[in-house]
Design a binder for this molecule. Structure first.
Ligand code: DC
Length: 221
């Protein structure tokens, strides 16, 4: 079973993906980390973020085993990731790796922007997690402050809006919900309620697809 989770920055899609992966004992890939690793490599090199050849080289050199999640989640890397993610050669370079991960025997959970539309349109379960920009900025702000970063809410909100516009407006694999995805808008939901909605949908899809038997009407065997 492939579970594809998409959504904008700080929507909580990563938490949903991680929890579903743990629940179903499936491997999980946060594909944002791949773009973040390319962005971080370009930042570290000091070169231009829009240097297509250098960004594609960094993408091809990527090693899944050596991603430092903590460092990649830091503030400036997200913006750099969003910029290199708009380069078609970068997306192409990361395609095989994501296809391989999605199509491993037994299935997988992947989260990102284009999982249900481009990477795994065949996924049995597609969920699009979203929330208002203000709610997402508030969460991201709290998270960054918790990590000791000195940053204001307005700056975070601006960053979220800019990334939303770039991720949704790019010509290649833009952030868009798949027609057959369940949309969970969690502006007014906490993490538990968001996960519960996702889990109920996965269970319904599993019954629909015959992966698990539907319960007998009287609840008996
Ligand atoms: O989910 P995230 O914030 O870690 O993602 C960082 C950036 O990477 C995001 O702004 C857009 C890009 N991205 C993408 O284009 N496609 C994906 N599947 C995942 C992330």
């Amino acid at each position: 079973m492939i579970i594809a989770i998409d959504g904008p920055a700080a929507s909580g899609k990563g938490t949903v993906a991680r929890r579903l992966a743990a629940h179903y004992r499936l491997p999980h890939l946060d594909t944002g980390l791949l773009y973040r690793a390319v962005g971080a490599a370009r930042l570290a090199s000091g070169g231009a973020l829009d240097d297509v050849a250098a960004a594609a080289r960094a993408a091809r050199a990527l090693d899944l085993e050596s991603l430092d999640e903590e460092a990649l989640k830091a503030g400036p890397v997200g913006e750099a990731a969003s910029r290199v993610a708009a380069i078609p050669q970068v997306r192409r370079a990361l395609l095989e790796l994501q296809h391989g991960f999605a199509r491993q025997p037994g299935g997988a959970v992947l989260d990102g922007r284009d999982i249900g539309t481009v990477i795994a349109p065949e996924a049995e379960v597609k969920i699009f997690v979203t929330a208002s920009p203000e709610a997402r900025a508030e969460r991201r702000h709290r998270e960054l402050i918790g990590r000791g970063e000195a940053i204001g809410y307005e700056t975070v909100l601006e960053d979220i809006r800019r990334r939303d516009a770039r991720d949704a407006g790019r010509s290649i694999a833009p952030l868009v919900r798949a027609a057959d995805a369940l949309v969970i808008d969690n502006t007014e939901l906490d993490k538990e309620a968001t996960f519960a909605a996702a889990l109920a949908f996965v269970e319904a899809r599993r019954r629909e697809l015959g992966i698990v038997a539907a319960a007998a009407p009287d609840g008996g065997a």
